[in-house]
Design a binder for this molecule. Structure first.
Ligand SMILES: Cc1ncc(COP(=O)(O)O)c(C=O)c1O
Length: 483
């Protein structure tokens, strides 16, 4: 595939982005003016009455009232009734431009009819699940192999988290080594061993409540982009059980919130080869969002194992899995009577016909329509427009994108780290609150973002949708202190 088949029209100048991000974090925060913020909060109190009532009632039966980590909780969670293309509607009938896109998988846009029709057809014939083999499992695995040649074999599971668990288990079984190294701040799901160095680099077990120390004993983190530190860890690991695998998100932790230089993945590949470790790409977000060849196709780097998540079914449930080298994947051979060499994986509902048919047709539709590239161009337009607004109002904020993954850093909370502990301790709360407020203000203006700092665009985002969104962003960004 050529660059023209990928969502990224031009790799960003990573050094220039970090220079702007450092400057943002160096400065005091620039939150929304209080009078304006009160108006934005007023929207929720007057226009979102049913959402408030429903999520209040939910608090009685559901811890905290929400079950999605990506949900907005400020000032209170929203209850959604309908999603289609670029829009979502809440239970009060308010319409939003949807840049959450379910956390990334719906590159075709929400609730895309041609895929939905195929799912309906299958449901009429065999229902969602039988417990036995269905032809769509084969079709999906074959399609993956055609789109991403490194996927010689594929094992479907229920989520990205499960894909990560399986990949690490296979890596240890295959190499006979112990340590698994991740980039600090990266999220690779919530398995015991991966709740380590979450969100903020250097935080190690800070979020590992309820997880015994032994579970993370062989998990390590390196500071994002610090290949020297990664090499030193791998060198030391020779004396302490060896490095089984290095796992990275190819665009950088948190979907590229901490972006990587273009040659980063190739260098990690070389280190893995030098130390006999497996390279695992976590393509839960990038797989198919960057293009049908994934980030590995875009960067031209072949991982040993690839983790898939929500994108593998275009957003339909029970979505995840691991694919890669035949000699490693054979460790997962299932069925009654697996051999002692087997790395155990399972899941009653994994690889069910519903998920497989949805994935198969979602990927075919993405290929037919060139959806990743169209979504990427929408991301470019959104980023360019945001940067124009930032420049016009002389704001310290930073917008950049990797195709259809768009970052808008206003509070800089995601860029704090343990290298400056005092600053981290002092500023993490106010900066996080500012991010929450920005998210709420965007929402009050009819924009749903991911946690107030990230947007996923889709094929449904026409120029008109993006230009409409930019007008709304401008209303919020022109309301910050000092404008
Ligand atoms: C990069 C990455 N890896 C793994 C996961 C976990 O996937 P899941 O939520 O399907 O368990 C996510 C989820 O957002 C992710 O973004």
């Amino acid at each position: 595939m050529t660059d023209a088949q990928y969502a990224i029209s031009e790799w960003h100048d990573t050094d220039a982005i970090y220079a702007r991000l450092r400057e943002l974090v160096r400065q005091p925060i620039r939150p929304i003016r209080r009078d304006r913020m009160n108006e934005f909060i007023g929207y929720f109190e007057t226009k979102c009455i049913c959402s408030k009532a429903l999520t209040e009632a939910a608090k009685q039966y559901i811890p905290g009232g929400v079950q999605h980590n990506l949900a907005f909780n400020y000032p209170f969670p929203m209850a959604i009734e309908k999603a289609e293309g670029p829009y979502m509607w809440d239970v009060d009938g308010n319409r939003y431009i949807d840049f959450l896109q379910a956390g990334g998988p719906t590159v075709l846009g929400s609730n895309y009819a041609p895929v939905r029709d195929k799912v309906f057809e299958l449901l009429q014939s065999c229902g969602p699940v039988t417990g036995l083999f269905h032809e769509y499992e084969l079709k999906l695995a074959q399609l993956l192999n055609r789109l991403m040649p490194s996927i010689e074999m594929f094992r479907m599971l229920g989520s990205g988290t499960e894909g990560v668990i399986a990949a690490i288990r296979a890596a240890r079984a295959f190499t006979g080594k112990k340590k698994v190294i991740k980039a600090g701040g990266a999220y690779h799901g919530w398995s015991d061993q991966m709740v380590y160095g979450l969100h903020i680099p250097g935080t190690g077990r800070m979020e590992a409540k309820g997880i015994p120390g032994g579970c993370t004993r062989d998990t390590q983190e390196f500071y994002p982009n610090d290949l020297g530190q990664l090499r030193r860890l791998m060198l030391l690991n020779r004396l302490r059980g060896g490095t089984a695998a290095v796992i990275v998100e190819p665009v950088g932790p948190e979907s590229g919130t901490r972006p990587v230089p273009r040659d980063f993945n190739q260098k990690v590949r070389e280190l893995c080869d030098e130390f006999g470790a497996l390279l695992i790409f976590d393509e839960v977000v990038t797989g198919f969002r960057l293009g049908l060849g994934g980030a590995q196709g875009y960067f031209g780097v072949r991982p040993d194992l690839t983790i898939f998540g929500k994108c593998i079914t275009g957003g339909y449930p029970m979505a995840g899995g691991v694919g890669g080298r035949r000699d490693i994947l054979m460790r997962f051979a299932a069925g009654i009577g697996g051999s002692g060499e087997r790395a155990y994986v399972g899941g009653t509902l994994s690889a069910n016909p519903l998920s497989c048919v949805a994935g198969y047709y979602a990927l075919l539709e993405m290929e037919r329509t060139n959806a990743p590239v169209i979504a990427g161009r929408a991301g470019d337009r959104l980023t360019k427009g945001l940067n124009e607004i930032i420049a016009r109002y002389k704001l310290p904020f930073v917008a950049f994108n990797q195709g259809s993954i768009v970052h808008l850093e206003t509070s800089g909370v995601m860029l704090l780290d343990f290298k400056n502990l005092l600053k981290l301790m002092r500023e993490v709360k106010p900066r996080r609150h500012m991010m929450e407020e920005m998210g709420a203000a965007y929402m009050a203006q009819g924009l749903i973002t991911l946690a107030g700092s990230r947007m996923y665009t889709s094929m449904a985002d026409t120029d008109e949708v993006i230009d409409d969104a930019l007008g709304r962003f401008e209303t919020v960004l022109s309301s910050v202190e000092g404008v």
